[in-house]
Ligand binder design. Structure first.
Ligand SMILES: *[C@@H]1O[C@H](CO)[C@@H](O)[C@H](O)[C@H]1NC(C)=O
Length: 406
């Protein structure tokens, strides 16, 4: 295995914490962006699906790209918004972005499959990804641009995206998340102003607790306090397309932790994705995130908590008025919110024990699908995902009775 390929695999793996790949070649991982089209132009329009781009602004000034996709046939047939199906919002994982839902062929990729079923598909992209558009005043070079974790993704990005879709469609929204996309969904659903606009949610590799993560490479990073080390080095943007970050990962491997199957040492063994497409995946993945976000995720692994960011006692007192960061209380998610979840027996990040902890705290009893041989990225990239996951998910959405006209 060449080093580039290995690094790429690594990046993929890491990104998969919420799902995505990595690349090491070409561009610097710094503040310069790859010359690019829009997500619509890059992956969606070429497959023949109508797609439009929106930019929305969060309360704290970030500019997020949002795409709206419909099926080619329904667009021809219907024409106006009034006749679109119910809105579905897709929330990608860590080190990924909205492209995650369009990486395979139209009959294998959730974004296209939902559009084919007549859904009004909205594609979220959180701050820091290539499909988001910066900040009203902070340049990406500024460390304050990267001063956030998934807490802000939940309370600002998800909140604003849902508000916006709700204001355009006048409808409650179906939410689909993968990995970090489920962390921010759970956190957002504890907020009454957000959850009242949500019709139901389908969560792939659902995560709220992380203290049973079994991925050896992740555990090693946690143990070595890589998250704190990076922050103390003054690195605020985390981008595995950059050489130093890729080197850092490789430096963690040794005889006890081989890098030959780095993807598996981060995500668990994936059964079903197409290895010949890795190069293509790496053209998109991974996207950047913040070092503070990694630090927050590692706090969850160390403490077994699902709480706001822990600044340490003194600063917590200033931020929260308490020594300990406040919890996101899963029992506040309304019992009336229909939930569907799918998890995998080989998923080293969304562990079965942690999921049971989540289920115990939720007031409702979600519909649950278990796929014994699925690892963390199979939920996005499996060649059988449509039969295994997307068809049952769509049956669940349709059973909720929003499809009277379809
Ligand atoms: C796997 O990926 C390769 C390269 O993109 C493609 O030619 C092949 O059709 C894919 N296989 C399946 C089963 O989709």
């Amino acid at each position: 295995m060449g080093i580039e390929r290995l690094l790429a695999t690594l990046a993929i793996t890491l990104s998969i914490l919420s799902g995505n790949g990595n690349t090491v070649h070409s561009f610097d991982g710094g503040t310069h962006q790859k010359p690019q089209h829009s997500l619509c132009e890059e992956l969606i329009l070429p497959s023949g699906y109508p797609c439009s781009e929106y930019t929305i602004q969060t309360k704290d000034g970030f500019l997020l790209g949002l795409q709206r996709v419909s099926s080619s046939s329904s667009a021809l047939r219907l024409g106006h918004d009034a006749e679109r199906g119910p809105p579905v919002l897709l929330l990608h994982g860590l080190f990924m972005a909205g492209d995650a839902w369009f990486l395979n062929t139209p009959d294998q990729s959730l974004g296209f499959v939902l559009a084919d079923h007549g859904f009004d598909v909205w594609v979220g992209n959180v701050r820091g990804t290539r499909w988001s558009h910066g900040h009203v005043s902070l340049p990406e070079k500024n460390k304050q641009f990267w001063d956030w974790s998934w807490q802000e993704l939940a309370l600002y990005d998800v909140a604003e995206i849902i508000n916006y879709i709700n204001s355009i469609t006048n409808s409650k929204i179906f939410v689909v998340g993968h990995s970090q996309g489920t962390i921010i969904s759970f956190a957002a659903f504890t907020q009454p102003e957000i959850v009242k606009k949500v019709a139901a949610a389908a969560l792939l590799s659902p995560i709220s607790y992380l203290d049973h993560v079994s991925a050896p490479l992740v555990l090693r990073m946690v143990k070595m306090h890589i998250d704190k080390m990076i922050l103390s080095m003054g690195v605020h943007q985390l981008n595995f397309k950059s050489e130093w970050a890729a080197n850092l990962l490789v430096s963690l491997c040794d005889t006890r932790l081989s890098c030959n199957d780095m993807l598996s040492s981060i995500t668990g063994k994936n059964c079903c994705f197409n290895e010949s497409r890795v190069e293509f995946y790496l053209e998109q993945e991974p996207h950047a995130s913040s070092s503070k976000n990694l630090n927050h995720l590692f706090q969850m692994i160390r403490k077994g908590s699902f709480s706001k960011y822990d600044y340490g006692k003194l600063k917590n007192l200033i931020e929260y008025g308490k020594f300990k960061p406040p919890k996101f209380d899963l029992s506040r998610i309304p019992k009336s919110l229909p939930l569907w979840m799918a998890y995998g027996g080989n998923d080293a990040l969304a562990d079965v024990t942690d999921l049971q902890h989540t289920l115990k705290e939720l007031p409702s009893t979600p519909e649950v699908v278990y796929l014994e041989n699925y690892g963390h990225i199979d939920f996005i990239l499996s060649l059988q995902a449509k039969q295994d996951l997307y068809d049952p998910m769509i049956r669940f959405f349709k059973s909720l009775g929003k499809f009277t006209s379809m």
